[in-house]
Design a protein around this ligand. Structure first.
Ligand SMILES: Cc1ncc(COP(=O)(O)O)c(C=O)c1O
Length: 393
């Protein structure tokens, strides 16, 4: 078949450029010590920043949720799939983000990818001007394509460039979208300056806090708490498969925005609601994030970040200036990056090599992520292995 041979050729080209991706099978729960493809490994690759993905209280809450609600929702939210578990969780998110939003309401989504498609396509219609940060996550980029709005991509962190674009915009509806913590670099968007511009030019600011929710801020409320922001212009998206340890996502914003999403967001309307048991488990996750245990886990994670940054002594490779749990080691060439990831793998460390198109050409990297479930010994062992590897690479 013509299609199959064309695909084979393309796949071969991926191999030649060291760009072919491979699936690995994990046989144990998400934790620092995992068994992958039958090998025991020390993992630095999950986004389980607080170490909640296999927390006994969450496992118990999921079991309890399944006993109470069953295992499937059976329908989309607007038909009959919207359970009490979803409704309670949404109230909890609205309350949690209340210090940062006006008249807040929240909506729970199956995934962050779908939440981003929903927000961008429902808020920015054909006549809107959409301003998207250069390094935004793929789901925001795909949302922009789906929206058919006039798309303006502004350079990474460049608020002056954004202001130039906003100034020239004649559109009544202006939407700025940005990641808060950039997923491949770990740095933070200049949210206070972005919000000030949005308020000045009457644009709404969509913040994708996938890597900040639960981790940033004294109470784990995320990037808005970290920067002390509050505004009716904010539309906040937090994912729940990372620090919250379960899965799904939520959008919190002014109640009118949420009502509009319920009416118009196709990735919300035309899909079966997530299992109510997941929403029930997320309530246990929220108890931990907002309580003393969450604060202790965030403090431990901060100590591990400082330890890793102090222990890595790199000459040719570059430790990106990030103060979040995402600590990328930039190597550059794809083949050298994949060799480094391969040697670490052989030594029992699971650290993903990230290549284009996920990151710009010539900036392939080891994406190290830390979790509160790691110990200081785990981090020390990784730092020694990476230091040695760079010397002999
Ligand atoms: C910045 C960012 N936004 C959105 C998503 C999508 O979230 P989800 O995995 O829940 O689909 C991710 C990662 O998966 C992400 O890193």
């Amino acid at each position: 078949m013509e299609l199959l041979s064309a695909l084979e050729r393309e796949l071969q080209q991926l191999d030649e450029k060291s760009l072919r991706r491979r699936l690995r099978v994990a046989e144990t729960p998400c934790a620092p010590h995992v068994t992958v493809d039958g090998r025991d490994m020390l993992a630095f690759c999950s986004n389980d920043y607080l170490g909640l993905a296999s927390h006994p209280l969450l496992v118990e809450a999921l079991r309890e949720g399944a006993l109470h609600y069953g295992v499937g929702s059976g329908a989309s939210h607007l038909i009959s799939g919207h359970s009490r578990a979803h409704a309670l969780l949404e109230e909890r998110f609205a309350e949690f983000l209340a210090p940062h939003l006006e008249s807040p309401r929240a909506l729970y989504f199956c995934t962050g990818y779908m939440a981003n498609l929903a927000i961008v396509s429902a808020l920015a219609g054909r006549d809107a001007d959409l301003f998207s940060e250069e390094l935004n996550h793929a789901s925001l980029i795909d949302g922009a394509r789906l929206s058919r709005a006039n798309l303006h991509v502004y350079p990474h962190g460049d608020t002056e460039a954004l202001e130039g674009l906003l100034k020239n915009s004649k559109a009544k509806n202006k939407v700025v979208v940005t990641d808060s913590v950039f997923s491949m670099d770990g740095d933070l968007a200049p949210l206070p300056a972005l919000l000030a511009l949005c308020e000045q030019y009457g644009a709404c600011l969509v913040v994708d806090d996938a890597h900040g929710f639960g981790v940033l801020g004294a109470n784990g409320r995320g990037a808005l708490e970290h920067f002390g922001l509050r505004s009716p212009y904010l539309v906040y998206m937090g994912t729940l498969g990372k620090a919250a340890g379960v899965g799904g996502a939520f959008v919190a914003a002014h109640e009118t925005v949420i009502e509009w999403l319920i009416q118009r967001a196709r990735p919300y309307i035309y899909t079966t609601a997530a299992a109510p048991a997941l929403a029930h488990a997320l309530m246990a996750s929220m108890d931990i994030i907002g309580g003393a245990e969450g604060a202790a886990r965030r403090a431990h994670l901060d100590a591990l970040i400082a330890q890793l940054r102090g222990a890595l002594k790199l000459q040719r490779w570059e430790l990106f200036p990030s103060h979040t749990a995402i600590q990328p080691v930039i190597i550059g060439p794809n083949d050298e990056t994949m060799r480094a990831a391969g040697v670490l793998y052989e030594q029992g460390f699971l650290v993903p090599g990230i290549r284009p198109p996920t990151v710009p050409p010539d900036t392939a990297r080891l994406r190290v992520t830390l979790s509160a479930a790691h110990t200081a010994q785990d981090v020390g062992a990784l730092a020694s292995a990476v230091n040695l590897l760079e010397t002999f690479a």
